[in-house]
Design a protein around this ligand. Structure first.
Ligand code: ADP
Ligand code: MG
Length: 334
């Protein structure tokens, strides 16, 4: 099956010589049609540049990009059947919500009555019927984000690019919009490429996640694969703050001999059957549980103790245990 989006050894470098910035550096990628694909990585890791390469506002310095099998090297942005939703919405403040949503159709020469009817359909889709006559300034942040979404969807793109679209919303609204976006993507069947630096957002929404670091993809997989079997120390630390065990420590604790990760929620306080003992150096209350930091010989381990379990006090001597297999061997690279 042809992929919706394909990167073949794509690079985008800026400048040259000693001052070269490798914004995107040798990325290979295949996103099947209909997938909810997340690009996850810290700020500056090349996510936005990847989206701009797909939309055509940026060109690769090496490699090729295909959209539904077609090499788009010479295809201008407006002919790519791709739309972008930005974090800052980029709505026209002087236009009504309806005209904002209908804008793409106006550019295409669709007559006023038809484009307004389509705009109203899109507004209903994003749960904003009856808001067409307002100006963007009369809406809340969450409502403006929905208008931006409707404005992108009215063009019936085959691929929708979303660049940190929920970043400006408060937590509660962000979570509601995550569910809504996911449902919308399922119903419409459009391929979504969703950029975020928020690991929880990527894991909860995406079918597959690509983890970016310094312009490269360090791992691609389902949320469970990324979380349970991080490929590198970077992924283990960036996604879910795992305990990272050096080869020596891992061996001493009975795990594999190599860089390994151990999720805090897999570590429990234990009595005589403990695998290791140590001293509690800190407690951090998180609501669902408490992160308990324990200094063992030569390292620190963190256990996530579920709410309702009795907590040790700081300085106490405790035992820690985990199931066989909870220690996951990583590739060993940074
Ligand atoms: P992200 O979206 O993951 O935060 P970006 O793709 O925006 O990262 O940027 C990746 C890197 O490329 C950063 O170091 C950024 O400063 C650099 N960069 C992006 N655009 C340009 C540009 N037009 N000129 C020079 N450097 C750029
Ligand atoms: Mg960005």
């Amino acid at each position: 099956m042809t992929s919706a989006v394909e990167f073949l050894s794509v690079s985008r470098h800026y400048g040259a010589g000693a001052h070269v910035v490798k914004a995107v550096d040798g990325v290979d990628l295949a996103i099947p049609e209909g997938e909810f694909f997340a690009m996850l990585g810290p700020s500056g890791s090349g996510k936005t540049t990847c989206l701009r390469l797909i939309s055509g506002f940026e060109s690769p310095t090496a490699g090729a990009i295909r959209i539904f099998g077609e090499d788009v090297g010479r295809v201008p942005p407006h002919l790519r059947n791709v739309n972008t939703v930005f974090q800052d919405y980029a709505l026209f403040p002087h236009m009504t919500v309806r005209d904002n949503v209908a804008y793409g159709l106006m550019v295409k020469g669709v007559d006023r009555r038809r484009r307004h009817a389509r705009a109203e359909e899109m507004l209903a889709l994003v749960h904003l019927p009856d808001y067409g006559g307002r100006k963007p300034g009369q809406l809340s942040g969450g409502q403006r984000q929905r208008v931006a979404l409707a404005r992108a969807l009215v063009n019936e793109p085959r691929v929708l690019l979303l660049d940190e679209p929920l970043g400006a919303l408060d937590l509660k609204l962000r979570e509601a919009m995550q569910d809504e976006l996911k449902g919308l993507q399922r119903r419409l069947g459009i391929t979504f490429v969703f950029v975020t630096h928020d690991q929880g957002e990527a894991l909860s929404m995406a079918d597959r996640v690509a983890v970016f670091s310094r312009g490269r993809i360090v791992q691609v997989g389902t949320p469970a694969e990324i979380y349970d079997r991080p490929a590198t120390r970077f992924v283990a630390d960036f996604v879910g703050s795992a305990n990272i065990l050096s080869p020596d420590l891992s061996r001493r604790l009975g795990g594999p001999s190599g860089w390994s990760s151990l999720r805090p929620e897999a570590v429990r306080l234990a009595g005589p059957e403990a695998r290791v003992r140590g001293r509690v150096t800190g407690l951090r209350y998180l609501g669902l549980g408490t992160r308990v930091a324990v200094a063992i010989d030569g390292a620190d381990l963190v256990a996530l103790v579920p709410a309702g379990t009795p907590l040790p006090s700081e300085g106490a001597d405790v035992g820690l245990s985990w199931d066989e297999g909870a220690v996951h061997r990583m590739a060993g690279e940074p």
